[in-house]
Design a binder for this molecule. Sequence first.
Ligand code: AMP
Length: 539
Amino acid sequence: MLEGLMMDYQLTLDKIIEHARRNFPNKKVITKLPDGSMHELSYREMHSRIKRLSSAMCDKLGVEIGDRVGTFAWNNHQHMELYFAIPGAGAVCHTLNIRLSPEQLTYIVDHAEDQVVFIDGTLLPLYEKLAPNRPSVKYHVIFNVDKDVETSLDNVVFYEDLIAEGDEAFAWRNTDEQMASGLCYTSGTTGNPKGALYSNRSTYMHSLGVLQGNSMALCEKDTVLAVVPQFHAMSWGLPYAAVYCGANLLMPGQFLQAEPLAEMIEQYGVTVAAGVPTIWNGLYHELKNNPRDISTIRALVVGGSAMPRALTVAYEKELGVDVLHAWGMTEMSPLGTVCVLQSHHIDLSDEEKWDVKATQGYGISGVEMRIMDEEGNELPWDGQTMGELQVRGPWVVRQYFRLEKSESHFTADGWFRTGDVSTISEDGYMRITDRTKDLIKSGGEWISSVDIENTLVGHPKVMEAAVFAVPDPRWSERPWAGITFVPGETADKDELNGYLATQGFVKFWWPDNYIAIDELPKTSTGKLDKKVLRAQYGQ
Ligand code: AMP
């Protein structure tokens, strides 16, 4: 073999913050602090604080290479600093999902053996609910809190004290791109949560993936609002990508309600905002009641669950905001596909474009996809045939952290089984039709719960819909629907099924029963939790 003669340049995360310090010293992370005021931190100043934090972590807290260091925090500048300082110290930034139960969190901290946990003071009471003082945790470092705070935790250190003690001349310790840099546990609808352990290299490559023109195309001119939490799939990689390209990054702290989000978007002229459909649904209804100008947004990035077509239409038609539908998974760092239109779509009508935008889009460069049948045969990309979606690429996990590699997640020929069922069109547009476990099989035929839900939310009286399988003696399973109505509205089965009929749904897909529910059950990452509905109504 003739080897290439290129530099041995390690793809490590320190390169990202160093690049920002040199090229975009005055661009900023802007945080809404717990008291509601806005805090601005330039990348130059952030770089200096990160260096001191990394140094103090090593020298004062004894963090060693490969140690897991937990974070329990909202999106804010401290969490941003930790995203760089922990890998910079050679350790692994383990983001704890604050929405998990205390039992799950206790399991996760113990399983990861976190050595230090950084805690947002606003979340201290929540963190204290974990089984107290986990054996692996040597220090609890707290920020956003007064020094006289009372806590049941041992070995408490104050964040700003730590930074003050650090040395800015510290030499980064993440010298090898294969060193682990981040750890996220998936919410796990069955069994214990499972950890995806990222490397410096995979996260670096993923950041370039977020920046691609066919992806979110972030650039220096952008002001990015990261609504998706830093504790959920690394905030979809935005923290690293935004810093790398010199965009301003707006962090909402705990203010995730529609009103403060609308205010921030208008005040800062946000150009890219990323969050799950529930957030954008809430924002849309808020703007109906209290109009504000959010037309600076060039990309409303939405993922985590399917973006209902009707909501995309509402944003594009009524608010002048382009929607960018994306799909990914914690196991994929998380970005997989983004729905950017291709040149051959230019002459389509708006309605036809929205049909395309309702799909999850095509794989960004670096992500390979295939769909498979139950016997392991590859299925055609014809936009019709449904199969299990499998992926591979430089930012996809090859194994879960501290778990045996199992065939239920990884194929023998090196692909990751997503557990999603999808079609793929001949030009690569992937459309999720369901999670394997949420598909409904009625009389031997598959029914896509997601398709019905996405259509039902287009009905003017419906706010949210969750369609789930209920056992049926005759058909084996039948669809039922839980509905949250727009305040003051209601509709019966005939009206809703009549609506499905007008949208082209055949009769056997119509739900047998509709249940009005004030608030649909959601998982810790804001996805509909259908197993709760199945358990409640499945009898
Ligand atoms: P998580 O690892 O918590 O981000 O969950 C990943 C799962 O969320 C995927 O396997 C999909 O089932 C679902 N998901 C993510 N994005 C989308 C999307 N745009 N449309 C439909 N489902 C999605």
